[in-house]
Design a protein around this ligand. Structure first.
Ligand code: FES
Ligand code: FES
Length: 153
């Protein structure tokens, strides 16, 4: 089937099979930030935002994004101009191997876009599906708590 969707602000078309996973298609299209970890919806490393909502792209067929808007971390900040979420994570020293970070950043962005000053509980719920094997989560949570608190003050 032929699909058309907006990926990181650009209209893209692709010929896909009915069982092509969105994660595979996005990687073919150059989005190396989309990591395939567990491939069964348990780790969040393949997370992307579809129409502003976080989904696991390993559990989503490419055909399901036909006509929709997909955002990966490639569209969020840059080395020269990081997104405030990226700045906060770096300043807090919250990144080790970085494998989980695209999913963490997208999960945080989906939350902060709707609610710039989330509570600790809302942050915990938003990060619930993001597995990090390195950090113990404390610095990630601390970075995002600081960002939320800055938005409140
Ligand atoms: S690779 Fe998709 S949730 Fe783990
Ligand atoms: S920083 Fe390594 S998995 Fe999170």
């Amino acid at each position: 089937m032929n699909i058309q969707f907006t990926l990181n602000g650009k209209l893209r078309t692709a010929e896909v099979e009915a069982n092509t996973k969105l994660a595979d298609l996005l990687r073919e299209l150059g989005c190396a930030s989309v990591k395939i970890g567990c491939n069964e919806g348990a780790c969040g490393s393949c997370a992307v935002n579809v129409d502003g909502r976080l989904i696991n792209s390993c559990l989503t067929y490419a055909g399901q994004v036909n006509g929709r808007t997909v955002e990966t971390v490639e569209a969020i900040g840059s080395l020269d101009h990081p997104h405030p979420i990226q700045d906060a994570l770096v300043e807090e020293g919250a990144i080790q191997c970085g494998y989980c970070m695209p999913g963490v950043i997208l999960a945080a962005k989906a939350l902060f876009d709707k609610n710039p000053s989330p509570t600790e509980e809302e942050l915990a719920v938003a990060l619930d599906g993001q597995l990090c094997r390195c950090t113990g989560y404390q610095k990630i949570e601390s970075a995002l708590r600081k960002l939320a608190s800055e938005a409140r003050s």
